[in-house]
Design a protein around this ligand. Structure first.
Ligand code: SAM
Length: 254
């Protein structure tokens, strides 16, 4: 996977991405990262990249020309037109599913806006995907681009030490992950669930699956609509719902 980030703050991308698991994957050549400074493509003698919005209003708008030229220089080096993702609060909300889809690409270009955003005409010309990381407004697209690259990278074979790690995580199969425990067995009088110490793989897998169902039901019931549940799962959830109703009743009575 080759990431190319069009940004006014390349150092932010480089510093943010060159540590820990992702940094190691870059070193190993599993990923590559190129942060392109849009300002380098400004034809203005003061290297200006923004101007006032037509029609008035607050803030500045990033101009089309330097972004377009920076993109064309990238495109020239590629065999086929890449997907170009504009990070914007106006896009569809990023999800594990979108990450899985993007992880299949060989090259991804991320376009980071700043100030009030980007001249619409260059977006129309080069952008293939409009993606938001949530319903709030940040100062720039750099953090959202890093959120996306981090998520996608974990799905690239070899990036995680244990290939299974990504497969069984939250949102795979529309379920949240089961709780995790590590040493010691007892901490602040809390014991690790007995089944996890049993060495009985089948029982552990069943316990984890049930915990996953319960967590998802309690914390993100909306996800269950898309989860592939069998009869046994549905029965288990009905049981949790019934227990929940009883404990809610008891609280009201108290
Ligand atoms: N005026 C724009 C609007 O209302 O849609 C917001 C501009 S924002 C201050 C500056 C830049 O930050 C955007 O161009 C975009 O690249 C990035 N950004 C802000 N919030 C974001 C979000 N939730 N998801 C993705 N990118 C975001």
């Amino acid at each position: 996977m080759n990431y190319h980030v069009l940004t006014l703050f390349p150092e932010m991308i480089e510093q943010g991405m060159n540590t820990s698991i992702i940094g190691r994957a870059i070193e190993q050549g599993l990923l590559s990262l190129e942060a392109v400074n849009i300002r380098d493509y400004s034809t203005n003698k003061h290297h200006k990249v923004d101007d006032y919005p037509y029609g008035g209003g607050a803030g500045m708008v990033m101009q089309a020309q330097p972004i377009y030229d920076a993109y064309c220089a990238l495109e020239k080096k590629m065999e086929k037109k890449p997907r170009v993702i504009y990070l914007t609060p106006q896009g569809r909300t990023f999800s594990q599913k979108i990450a899985q889809d993007l992880a299949k690409e060989q090259n991804l270009v991320f376009l980071c806006g700043h100030y009030e955003g980007i001249d619409e005409r260059v977006l129309e010309e080069i952008v293939t995907d409009y993606v938001s990381i949530g319903d709030y407004v940040l100062t720039g697209g750099e953090l959202p681009a890093m959120v996306m690259m981090d998520t996608i990278s974990r799905l690239i074979p070899g990036v995680l030490n244990n290939e299974d790690s990504a497969e069984y995580e939250s949102f795979q199969n529309s379920l949240l992950e089961h709780p995790q425990y590590s040493r010691p067995e007892v901490w602040k009088d809390k014991r690790v669930p007995e089944v996890l110490l049993s060495g009985h793989h089948e029982k552990i897998a069943q316990w984890r699956h049930e915990q996953s169902l319960e967590r998802t039901f309690l914390r993100r019931p909306d996800l269950l609509e898309k989860a592939p549940l069998d009869k046994k799962d549905k029965k288990y959830i009905e049981q949790i719902a019934a227990n929940q109703a009883i404990s809610d009743e008891n609280v009201t009575e108290e």
